[in-house]
Write a protein that binds this ligand. Structure first.
Ligand code: UGA
Length: 441
C-alpha cells in the first residue's frame, strides 16, 4: 500500500520515549524501546507503564502483541537492529538551571561505539541549541577510534506532547518540526511521519532545537502574564477570568494558556525556561521578558499564600485541606508542582495539613511524610478550617460540595485554579476566594 515500515529504536522510556514509541508502532513501524533500567523494562514487558497516562497501557499491550513494539535493556540490540535511533533520555536541570546533557552524551557515545552502518540519529529530548553538533562530534570521534568511516545523519525532532493528553498529542500533532541537513535524513523523517496529517516544518538542526525552547517559553510567558495581571485585578476589583476571555477572543491572542492560577509546574516549563535563560546568559544576551515570566511564576504561590494569611490570620494549629497535588490533572506527576510549595509554606506556618489527590499522593508522601494522605477527599476534608484547591481534577470539582460543607469546621475555600464557579460556591455558604477574580483583596 505504499506505506514504508521503518525499523526504529527509541532510547529512554520516560514520558516522551514511551509515548513516541507507541505512536510509531501505531503508524506501523517496528519499534524497539530501550532503557538501561532493567526493572522498568521488565514491567514494560508486562505492559505496565512507569507513570499514569490514560489510554496508554492498552495501546502498549496492543502493539506488543502485534509485534510492532518491543522493549529491551540491551542497547546494542536496539542500535544494530534499527535504521533510525531516537534519543529520548532525560535532560534534568543542573543546579545553575542549564540542561544536564550527561545522559544524552553518554547515549551518543554508546551509539558511536556500537553502530555498524549508516543511521539516522534523532533527538526527541529537549536539548539546548548546539546539542546536535555535540552529538555529531561525539559519534564521529567514536567511529574514528574504531577506524570506521561510514556516514550518519543527525536530526532534531522536538516533541510537543502534553502530559495527561500524551497519546492524543503524539498521534495528532499540530505540527512536526524536523531539523535536518541532508536529503536522506529528510526522506527518512518524511517516511516516519507519512501517516500524520499535520504540517511538517523542515529547518536546520539548531533552529529546531530553538523552536522547542521558544514554544515552551512563550506558553510559560502567557501564563505568567495573566498571573501578573491577576494580582492587579485583585487590587482593582476586576475579574481576570473575564479579562482573559475578552483578550482570548482576539485570534491573534487566542484563548488558551490564559488561565490564571498558582503558576505553572511540571517537568517542562520551569526546566526549559531556566535552560533558555541560562543559554542566553552564556551568550551574554538578556531575555528580560522571559526572566520576568519566570520570576512571576516563582513568587505566585507566595502571593497566593499571602492572600490566605490576610483573610485567615495565623494558620498555626489550623487544619488546612489541600485538594490536588499533581502539577495538573490526569497525571501522577508532581515535579515542580505548586502544591509542593504550598505544603512547604503551610508546614512552616505550623498548619495541620491533610490532602487528597487521585494519582499524586504516593509521589508526595516521599517528600512530605508529615502530611495526612487520605483515601477519599471527604476524609481529607473532615474538620477543615480552610480548603485549598491546587489541581483542578474533575473528581475534585465534582465533589458534593453541600456534603463537604457539613464536614468542615470553617467555610474558607481558596481556589488556586479558578476552577469552581464562585457564585455557586458562595450560594452554598462558602467564603470563596479565587485568583484575581474577587477584587479588593
Ligand atoms: C508542556 C507543553 O504544553 C507541551 O506542549 C510540551 O511538549 C511539554 O510541556 C514538554 O515540553 O514536554 P505539560 O508540561 O505536560 O506540557 O503541561 P501543560 O498542559 O503545558 O501545563 C503546564 C503547567 O501550566 C501546568 O502546571 C498547568 O496547570 C499550568 N497552566 C496551563 C496554567 O497555569 N494556566 C494555563 O492557562 C495553562
Amino acid at each position: 500500500n505504499g506505506v514504508t515500515h521503518l525499523d526504529v529504536a527509541v532510547i529512554g522510556t520516560g514520558y516522551v520515549g514511551t509515548t513516541t514509541s507507541i505512536a510509531f508502532a501505531a503508524w506501523d513501524h517496528k519499534v524497539i524501546a530501550v532503557d538501561s533500567d532493567q526493572m522498568k523494562i521488565a514491567r514494560l514487558n508486562q505492559s505496565i507503564l512507569p507513570f499514569y497516562e490514560e489510554g496508554l497501557e492498552r495501546r502498549l499491550e496492543r502493539y506488543r502483541e502485534s509485534g510492532n513494539l518491543s522493549f529491551t535493556d540491551d542497547l546494542e540490540q536496539g542500535i544494530t537492529r534499527s535504521d533510525v535511533l531516537f534519543i529520548a533520555v532525560g535532560t534534568p536541570s543542573s543546579p545553575d538551571g542549564s540542561a544536564d546533557l550527561s545522559y544524552v552524551e553518554m547515549v551518543a557515545r554508546q551509539i558511536g561505539q556500537m553502530m555498524d552502518k549508516y543511521k539516522v540519529i534523532v533527538t526527541k529530548s529537549t536539548v539546548p541549541v548546539g546539542t546536535g553538533d555535540k552529538i555529531k562530534s561525539i559519534i564521529t570521534d567514536e567511529l574514528k577510534r574504531r577506524n570506521l568511516s561510514f556516514s550518519f545523519d543527525i536530526v532534531s525532532n522536538p516533541e510537543f506532547l502534553r502530559e495527561g493528553r500524551a497519546l492524543y498529542d503524539a498521534l495528532h500533532p499540530e505540527r512536526v518540526v524536523i531539523g535536518c541537513e541532508t536529503e536522506t535524513a529528510r526522506k527518512t523523517m518524511a517516511a516516519l511521519y507519512e501517516k500524520v496529517e499535520a504540517p511538517m516544518l523542515y529547518t536546520t538542526i539548531r533552529d529546531a532545537e530553538m523552536i522547542k525552547y521558544a514554544a515552551n517559553a512563550f506558553l510559560a510567558t502567557k501564563i505568567s502574564f495573566v498571573n501578573e495581571l491577576a494580582r492587579l485585578c485583585d487590587k482593582m476589583g476586576t475579574n481576570i477570568m473575564k479579562v482573559a476571555e475578552g483578550m482570548g477572543l482576539d485570534s491573534r491572542i487566542g484563548p488558551q494558556f490564559l488561565r490564571a492560577g498558582i503558576g505553572y509546574g511540571g517537568s517542562c516549563f520551569p526546566k526549559d525556561t531556566a535552560a533558555l535563560l541560562n543559554l542566553a546568559k552564556e551568550q551574554e544576551t538578556m531575555l528580560p521578558v522571559l526572566q520576568a515570566a519566570s520570576n512571576v511564576n516563582r513568587t505566585q504561590v507566595s502571593w497566593f499564600m499571602e492572600r490566605i494569611h490576610h483573610i485567615m490570620g495565623s494558620l498555626a494549629g489550623k487544619k488546612v485541606t489541600l485538594l490536588g497535588l499533581t502539577f495538573k490533572p490526569e497525571t501522577d506527576d508532581v515535579r515542580e508542582a505548586p502544591s509542593l510549595k504550598i505544603i512547604e509554606q503551610l508546614l512552616q506556618n505550623k498548619a495541620i495539613v491533610s490532602t487528597y489527590d487521585p494519582q499524586g499522593m504516593e509521589n508526595v508522601k516521599k517528600i512530605y511524610p508529615q502530611v495526612a494522605y487520605k483515601p477519599t477527599p471527604y476524609e481529607a476534608l473532615e474538620g477543615a478550617d480552610a480548603i485549598i484547591l491546587a489541581t483542578e481534577w474533575r473528581e475534585i470539582l465534582d465533589l458534593d460540595w453541600t456534603k463537604v460543607k457539613d464536614l468542615i469546621a470553617q467555610p474558607y475555600l481558596f481556589d488556586g485554579r479558578n476552577a469552581l464557579v464562585p457564585s455557586v460556591m458562595r450560594n452554598l455558604g462558602y467564603c470563596y476566594v479565587g485568583v484575581g477574580i474577587d477584587g479588593r483583596g
